[in-house]
Design a protein around this ligand. Structure first.
Ligand code: UD1
Ligand code: CA
Length: 460
């Protein structure tokens, strides 16, 4: 039986932010969300998060992110140290099992490492996750016998309490441990705050285990990235780059051609078919699916979208909540808003905005246009500068454009209005009455030519 305790009550002063530290985002998800997602895969009976600063906000965010997981929250008020934090969870922990302790601000811990730590505990030993750091400043140092190089672990000394000799030790405690729950409870009950920070240190349980004759073992993560904590905006930004690099490498290995893995951002899930190409500085958010041979040009932002095979998204295009059909061409500088559904071979050009509209196969709006709440038929040609006037100031109305309609340039289609199949709309028209199939609709002032008119000349 496994219980997982995640410490997340700290304030995170160095973030210099009113937002609780564990709600700052990494690759689009809260730090704590990363930890809980990993923890949720470990088969624990309970995921207990210790909250304090911003507790209500943190709890609400996690409950909505993990509606199915066995979440529990315990408040720690005030925050008197990591040992005090875990003490708050004691009533929820099952004596017969193992407790795994993780940190809400160490988001990239891998499930395999967490499992290895639980395995190292084996229900009988105290297992610590440790790592050798080139610069161990600030971390708790691992004390071992035989001049510190021995096999036997003796304890952890916090940086602030360490002697100069102890500060030279490079093996540090990562903040994660697994312990037999019944023993952990006995040790937690004996903690004191007799130290430099006047805190109840969780790390003091190590010396207690040694004194009780319980074996203490260490496990190591596969990479340093897994145990990097976030305490400042700089550390958050650095971890973001590491995670983005990892995601980019996974995509490259899967055959996706990213022009530059250092200029790629994925804040969610990206599912790619074969032969997909993504140029520099693109941001993908939410869930995005790119079909076979899709090409995304530089500087596109794409969120919650499905883009079908062979479509080309030209540079500087913004897509949110839209579907793009096979072989469609979009951009440069196009904007697809929620509910935009483009059929196969549709062309959407520069400075064209589409919202809550369906465009059937082969329809084209190539320049400077707006289509909102419209149903557009096959092969429609929608001229430059034309718009649907879909909002009367109170309600939205639909514009229906039949197959093969040609809408000239600079037209205003005042919804609700229907243009029958094959209709033509003369450029510069304001259309507020239906135009039957095959007819020409023109609604503009007639041109007059004034013969003999002279331009004014400058007065002397
Ligand atoms: C802790 C360890 C240190 C280790 C380091 C790794 C202790 C005493 N020290 O130090 O050995 O090298 O982590 O990062 O455990 N928290 C609470 N309530 C509290 C205090 C902290 O929930 O009262 C939470 C924090 O929000 C944070 C985590 O516990 O998520 C660690 O606390 P932090 O103050 O960062 O620990 P360190 O002093 O860095
Ligand atoms: Ca501290």
């Amino acid at each position: 039986m496994l219980d997982i305790v995640i410490m997340a009550a700290g304030k995170g002063t160095r973030m210099k932010s009113s937002r609780p530290k564990v709600l700052h985002t990494l690759a689009g998800r809260a730090l704590l969300q990363h930890v809980l997602a990993t923890a949720a895969g470990l088969g624990a009976q309970r995921l207990i998060t210790i909250t304090g600063h911003g507790a209500e906000e943190v709890e609400a965010a996690m409950r909505s992110a993990f509606p199915e997981a066995p979440l529990a929250f315990v408040r720690q008020e005030p925050q008197l140290g990591t040992g005090h934090a875990v003490q708050q969870a004691v009533p929820l922990l099952d004596d017969a099992g193992t407790t795994l302790i993780l940190n809400g601000d160490t988001p990239l811990i891998d499930a395999s490492t967490a499992r290895a730590l639980v395995d190292a505990c084996g229900g009988t030993q105290l297992a610590l996750l440790t790592i050798d750091l080139a610069d161990p400043t600030g971390y708790g140092r691992i004390l071992r016998d035989g001049d510190g190089r021995g096999e036997k672990l003796l304890g952890i000394v916090e940086h602030k309490d360490a002697s100069a000799a102890q500060r030279a030790i490079r093996e540090v405690y990562t903040g994660m441990m697994a312990a037999p729950t019944a023993l952990l409870k006995l040790w937690l009950a004996r903690l004191s705050n007799d130290n430099a920070q006047r805190e109840y240190y969780l790390t003091d349980v190590v010396a207690m285990a040694v004194a009780d004759g319980v074996a203490v073992v260490a496990a190591q993560p596969a990479s340093e990235t897994e145990v990097l904590g976030v305490n400042s905006p700089l550390q958050l930004a650095e971890l973001e780059r590491r995670l983005q690099r990892k995601q980019a490498e996974a995509l490259l290995e899967a055959g996706v051609r990213l022009t530059d893995p250092a200029r790629f951002d994925l804040r969610g899930t990206l599912v790619c078919g074969g032969e997909v190409e993504i140029d520099v500085n693109c941001v993908f958010e939410g869930r995005v699916e790119l079909g076979d041979r899709v090409h995304v040009g530089a500087n596109c932002v794409i969120r919650d979208a499905r883009i079908a095979a062979g479509a080309v998204i030209h540079p500087f295009t913004h897509i949110d909540g839209a579907e793009v059909g096979a072989g469609a061409l979009v951009g440069p500088f196009a904007r697809l808003r929620p509910g935009a559904e483009l059929g196969a071979e549709v062309h959407i050009g520069n400075f064209v905005e589409v919202k809550n509209s369906t465009l059937a196969r082969g329809a084209k709006a190539n320049h400077l246009a707006y289509l909102g709440d419209a149903t557009v038929g096959e092969r429609v040609n929608y001229g430059a500068g034309s718009i649907t006037a879909n909002y009367d100031g109170a309600n939205k109305h639909r514009t229906v454009i039949g197959d093969d309609v040609h809408v000239g340039s600079n037209c205003v289609l005042v919804a609700p209005v229907t243009l029958g199949a094959g209709a033509t709309i003369g450029g510069g028209s304001t259309i507020n009455k239906d135009v039957p199939a095959g007819q020409l609709g023109v609604a503009r002032a007639r041109q007059t030519v004034i013969a003999g008119w002279r331009r004014p000349t400058k007065k002397r």
